[in-house]
Design a protein around this ligand. Structure first.
Ligand code: HEC
Ligand code: HEC
Ligand code: HEC
Ligand code: HEC
Ligand code: HEC
Ligand code: HEC
Ligand code: HEC
Length: 688
């Protein structure tokens, strides 16, 4: 049992109060006899236990590790943590407010994304992980072959420099590497008085790393490599003093900086149940404005989840420990863990394989690999039961949601149901894989480095957009990529029908559906559209593609959406600086405006098309002189050109109503002229 050094220092502080806590926890964990594994007790999840009881592993038989091996691999870590982690010491001392819920790879992979329902579609109910994919190597591999990005950089300066500037290299940082707060991570920021990157009672010397940048939010990974889902009241984690409290663990920018009590009150005038006090925020709230509860319900419940089960899959890091024993000896000692870190963040080897092509490396070729971390799915049984789902089960793959909005990190699952994906485009068709973010990583917005712009492929749309004043200054993304992704389960402040408040990442659906009623985000059939309803999904159109409704396109409210901020708040009724008549309150109103553009464009288009067809028919019958024929063809060619432009554009005036109409009017003149030439010869076919 004592294979690894036990963390004696902490144990001493905790020897009192053991009895109290046992009672306290038992009452929390439902009733006796109905013990849920891991819910206030030192057991792994039911999913992990089921796999371990009856494993179908391959690492022993084939030397290759598959999903179930990953789940089994975590057991030793849990044995160690159950014995040593402060959470259990606080619990045993009766100084824990809220119940811990063990979350391991079994729970996260097999439960997450409704993967269990997906499993039921497999023979023998085979466990499947739909929401996540694991990295080839994890922190529990000893030794691993990572050499670190600096080593790759020795010969690959261009890629290294670009990568180093991007958020991929900044997502995990050790205390002291925080220029945004002059390296003092206990300092307040985002204009708040009492909130900082680290929550109460968590000191820099008690954590391994922070997660995040000034972009949206910060989390932390503690000295035992467990995600920080708690804070300490009236004490310090490093000393084992005070009370450990569920939640109040994550510093969120939007909330601190923008969704101030004043703004909340303003919104409440329109959305009567919008929360204006901490209490009203419910489970996601905390004791400080700006500090939210993530992976936790404030004061009630929190996940006990080592990074190996979750964070490190995407916010990755690797150590140079040669053996398990070395690793466990360092666990609980942040300085030691930091010293042995060879790779921090999304480094070269996460994409190109440990050691890359170097002699002795595992090689990795050139996988785009973005999907591993940016494509979270959710399985939706109702979709599986539709005719499309019965024909192709992947039709039931939807976007992982955070309450009623797509989760952040779901760019890939959104794109999976798009025309772009169908045409073979992938993330790196548009994105630079090394310089994923362009510009200052400390900025509150993201400007990704693109290797292809929309207009490189969409010439017709570009032409019309370049000739319009109405939206000439906006980019294609302004309408086609609204902020829709939410990083949190902030149910109370998500109002999808009003498009916004907690939406911090650009959607990757692109298609806009011009319809008075159809909505992008929907609760299950027949359920209330209140954001507290469970089971929201992203709608699919007749082609099986995701689409954006007009509220998200034109009238969203998001402070971290640079398109909204830089464009006078667009048409958001809460942010817009445009004349009041341009503050859109509902979808029907927007639909009306779009129709005003589209109707005349569509009508004139139909007229020209009809005339062209008529001319085409009569041309064969008409006995025209060569000169007249040339004239007619010149006119019809010009009209065809306009027709092609308008058809290729496909927005029917949304990209530039006046210009579209101007071109169509010209086309109408051309066909009228052509028809006149034919008519003059008295040979035209009579109008149908
Ligand atoms: C000792 C020098 C050296 C080091 C160190 C090095 N490489 Fe390379 N690498 C090369 C050379 C040479 C090439 C081939 C020419 C080129 O693309 O520059 C190459 C090519 C590549 C390619 C392109 C392969 C292809 O199929 O076109 C990738 C990707 C790559 N390296 C990744 C890495 C990674 C990841 C590391 C760190 C684990 C690394 N390299 C370390 C020298 C090095
Ligand atoms: C499945 C992959 C995945 C996992 C697992 C994951 N994240 Fe993330 N996380 C992302 C992606 C991707 C983003 C960037 C947002 C986007 O692309 O939409 C992100 C963004 C963040 C941000 C905001 C960063 C910023 O600069 O604004 C924080 C903080 C964060 N994650 C913390 C965590 C923590 C803590 C964990 C573990 C409890 C975790 N994440 C687990 C993929 C993941
Ligand atoms: C997020 C994944 C990812 C990371 C991190 C990453 N690469 Fe790449 N790398 C790619 C992809 C994808 C390509 C292929 C690009 C293409 O085909 O357009 C690539 C291409 C390359 C190439 C071929 C030349 C080129 O620029 O296309 C080299 C060399 C390379 N990477 C080295 C590195 C080094 C060194 C690092 C770390 C400093 C690194 N990569 C980090 C995904 C990544
Ligand atoms: C190992 C996991 C992983 C892989 C692989 C990965 N990413 Fe990321 N990516 C993340 C995480 C985590 C973040 C959030 C970083 C942060 O802001 O703290 C992120 C951030 C980003 C951002 C910036 C988001 C923002 O809001 O600033 C872009 C753009 C991005 N990734 C694109 C890509 C592309 C393109 C690829 C593939 C070439 C890729 N990523 C591969 C995990 C990954
Ligand atoms: C058709 C081109 C295109 C494709 C394909 C594409 N993206 Fe993007 N992506 C963009 C553009 C453009 C933006 C920036 C929008 C803006 O802010 O102007 C962006 C933004 C992002 C961001 C930053 C989001 C934010 O708001 O912080 C991430 C992360 C990202 N993309 C990841 C991905 C991933 C992962 C894939 C593949 C699954 C992908 N993208 C595919 C064009 C694309
Ligand atoms: C590499 C070329 C390429 C780039 C870059 C590109 N697209 Fe596309 N786009 C396509 C192709 C190909 C299609 C499918 C056309 C078809 O099927 O007729 C498409 C289709 C679309 C559609 C229609 C979707 C549907 O479901 O019918 C929209 C909207 C769109 N693109 C918007 C954008 C926007 C906005 C950007 C920039 C963020 C962009 N595209 C970047 C090639 C591209
Ligand atoms: C002012 C908002 C707005 C801007 C800016 C905008 N679009 Fe659109 N776009 C729309 C709307 C609305 C539609 C849907 C029209 C419909 O389907 O009736 C659309 C449709 C499209 C389509 C789909 C056509 C089809 O065949 O279904 C493509 C492709 C497209 N836009 C590309 C672009 C590109 C590229 C740009 C930048 C040059 C751009 N859009 C700028 C609003 C916009």
């Amino acid at each position: 049992m004592k294979r690894w050094k036990s963390k004696a220092a902490l144990s001493v502080l905790f020897c009192l109060g053991t009895v109290v806590s046992a009672v306290g926890l038992a009452s929390d964990a439902k009733s006796a006899g109905d013990i849920k594994p891991g819910y206030g007790n030192k057991q792994q999840s039911a999913e992990a236990q089921a796999i371990m009881a009856n494993p179908d592993v391959t690492v022993d038989s084939r030397g290759v590790r598959t999903l179930q091996d990953y789940i089994v691999q975590e057991k030793e870590l849990f044995d160690f943590l159950f014995e040593n982690h402060p959470v259990f010491k606080y619990a045993e001392a009766g100084r824990l407010k809220g119940t811990y819920k063990v979350s391991d790879r079994g729970e996260e992979y097999l439960h997450g994304g409704d993967s269990q329902k997906y499993s039921q579609h497999q023979e023998g109910n085979r466990p499947m992980a739909l929401q996540y994919r694991l990295g080839a190597k994890s922190i529990l591999d000893f030794p691993n072959k990572f050499v670190g990005p600096e080593k790759c950089g020795e010969c690959h300066g261009p890629q290294y420099e670009k990568w180093k500037r991007s958020r991929h290299s900044k997502t995990l940082r050790f205390p002291g590497n925080h220029p945004e707060v002059e390296n003092d991570i206990e300092k307040t920021m985002y204009g708040t008085k009492d909130t900082s990157i680290l929550p109460d009672g968590i000191t820099p010397d008690a954590i391994y790393a922070t997660v995040g940048t000034p972009r949206t939010k910060y989390g932390f990974i503690d000295g035992y490599l467990v995600r920080g889902t708690y804070h300490i009241r009236d004490g310090l984690l490093k000393d084992g003093t005070g009370t450990m409290v569920a939640g109040g663990n994550q510093f969120s920018r939007g909330w601190a900086e923008w969704l101030t009590p004043e703004m909340a009150k303003k919104i409440q005038k329109v959305v009567p149940n919008f929360p204006t006090t901490m209490e009203e925020f419910g489970a996601s709230g905390s004791h400080q404005w700006g500090m939210s509860s993530y992976g936790a319900k404030y004061e009630k419940e929190f996940l006990f989840q080592p990074a190996s089960s979750y964070c490190e899959m995407c916010h990755s890091f690797k150590f140079d420990f040669k053996t398990k024993e070395e690793f466990f000896a360092a666990l609980g000692n942040p300085k030691e863990l930091q010293k042995h870190t060879v790779s921090l963040g999304i480094t070269c080897e996460e994409c190109h394989g440990a050691g890359g092509h170097l002699d002795g490396g595992i090689g990795g070729g050139m996988p785009s690999n973005c999907e591993r971390c940016h494509q979270r799915f959710n399985f939706v049984e109702e979709l599986a039961q539709t005719p499309q789902g019965k024909e192709k089960l992947e039709y039931a793959f939807n976007v992982k949601m955070k309450s009623s909005c797509p989760s952040c990190g779901t760019e890939g699952s959104q794109m999976f149901a798009s025309a772009h994906y169908d045409k073979g485009m992938r993330c790196s068709t548009c994105h630079d894989p090394h310089e994923v973010t362009d510009g200052d990583w400390k900025s509150g917005i993201t400007k990704p480095k693109l290797v292809k712009e929309c207009t490189d492929c969409h010439a017709a749309q570009a032409e019309i957009a370049n000739n319009t004043k109405t939206h000439g200054k906006q980019t294609c993304q302004s309408c086609h990529m609204p902020n829709m992704g939410s990083c949190e389960n902030f149910t109370a402040i998500q109002v999808p029908d009003l498009a916004g408040f907690d939406n911090v990442r650009k959607s990757h659906m692109w298609k806009i559906d011009v319809d008075p009623l159809r909505k992008t985000l929907n609760p299950p059939e027949g359920k209330s559209r209140d954001s507290s309803t469970k089971g929201w999904t992203v709608a699919k159109d007749e082609q099986g593609h995701n689409y954006l409704d007009l509220m998200w396109t034109c009238a969203r409210t998001s402070v971290s959406d640079h398109d909204v901020v830089e464009n006078k708040g667009c048409h958001s009724q809460f942010q817009s600086e445009l004349p009041a008549g341009l503050h859109f309150k509902d979808q029907m109103e927007i639909y009306g405006k779009v129709q005003k553009w589209q109707k005349p464009v569509k009508e004139t288009f139909a007229q020209v098309e009809e005339a062209l067809a008529r001319i085409d028919k009569s041309m064969s019958k008409a006995k025209l002189s060569t000169e007249d024929k040339a004239q007619v063809l010149m006119f019809t060619d010009k009209a065809e050109e306009v027709i092609k432009l308008i058809r290729d554009d496909g927005s029917w005036g949304a990209h530039g109503a006046r210009y579209s109409l101007k071109r169509l009017d010209a086309a109408l003149t051309y066909v009228t002229q052509a028809q006149a030439i034919i008519d003059a010869k008295g040979l035209s076919a009579k109008k149908a």
